[in-house]
Design a protein around this ligand. Sequence first.
Ligand code: SAH
Ligand code: SF4
Ligand code: F3S
Length: 460
Amino acid sequence: MSNQPSPTPTRGLHVITWGCQMNVYDSARMSDVLRPLGYGPVERPEDADMIILNTCHIRERAAEKVFSELGRLRKIREARQEDGKQTLIAVAGCVAQAEGKELLARAPFVDLVLGPQTYHRLPEMVAKIARAGGSVIDTDFPTETKFDFLPQEAAPQTAGNLTAFLTIQEGCDKFCSFCVVPYTRGAEISRPVPSVVAEAERLVASGVKEITLLGQNVNAYHGDWNGHTTSLPELAARLSEIPGLQRLRYVTSHPRDMEQALIDAHRDNPIFMPYLHLPVQSGSDKILKAMNRGHTADEYREIIKRLRDARPDIALTSDFIVGHPGETDDDFEATMQLVRDIKFASAYSFKYSQRPGTPAAGQPFQVAEDVKEQRLQKLQSLLREQQDSFNASLVGTTQDILVTGTGRKTGQLNGRSPYLQPVHFEGDPSLIGQIVKVHITTRLTNSLSGVLASEEVKAV
Ligand code: SAH
Ligand code: SF4
Ligand code: F3S
């Protein structure tokens, strides 16, 4: 683990990130690992000595998208070559993990192919190419964990250093019928508590106020703490002792791991935001079983009830898949009914996409594309209505807003509500970094606007 100050950048690095928040985190860590080699961020790929494409494999045409982007990057490299400049092209992330060899066979001009668990070895890979030329592929699931090899000096964080992601758990052992993640991210592992705490302390020391803990099944967290296995609520209790850390979120959770101690922590630990993303995928017991989700629709309803009992102002979001193999109109209607019963603050919904190598891909009774499309439209329109009414319900209330920066208009500030909504209001830039009370007056399409509560205005 190195803690040396990094050299002034002498080489440009451009990272393109697709996929989930964990890929955003990984991209930042890849930049950290490359910084001691002299790589610093550049905005345009045309200015980059190294370009990393951090990919996602979750839904259809993932590989096609990668090849088409690589075509563009190859042209950039050729143009740079004419000016006598070299460019390394790397493909990282879940497509690299799942289809690394095929990728290199089809795009031999790619210099590096690396999976999500090997990016701490990037310096070795770069050195090997400098030494011997050719391409390098590393899609192992190594016995060592990358977290032990990442530099302690981290990249500046997003949103003016105020919010950050922190991976605490990675991989998945659940093997839902439709999902590639267990194959691309590997088996479930949890980082030990001291390692997470040290990273959180570094983030807070650099100005971060709100941390989102990341994991494919983050609520299955079971990191070691001096020889004893902990849980997410225990980790959160430890993190809430860090002075200056004001808000904690976690994503993505699985209903099966929503234990009572965690539900209770939403009531007892004020560091948790009243907001939870809890994917359910379907409201039909038959489809939930086919998906291997390990719970019924009523069990999900029951978890939500307990969460709302513990924290009445909690807002819920979810993920849905329509058109899983075997889904009938009645099954889809059961999903619509679940949505009507629960009322989500927002949600993501997707058409089922056949993923190579997953159990559902080979099942009979695949649902026709136009049926999936119709179901998706119906579901999305219901979810949109619910999102609108959730946002409307905040108008007239006063919310705690983390002020993240100045807005586009003069005198305007931007912030983030407990429910992750962008909020605009007028105020003094000295408030940036604070949590202030804002009276919400208007609902805009994808944000809210309001006015500072009077005591905040006097405090400036
Ligand atoms: N670990 C999370 C999900 C990670 S993937 C969980 O267990 O819920 C993010 C979302 O992508 C999933 O919740 C699911 O809704 C969607 N998804 C995953 N595989 C998919 C597929 N083959 N087709 C369509 N959507 C999919
Ligand atoms: Fe995929 Fe299921 Fe694991 Fe989530 S729990 S990552 S959906 S296999
Ligand atoms: Fe995509 Fe991999 Fe994340 S497949 S959703 S980048 S875990």
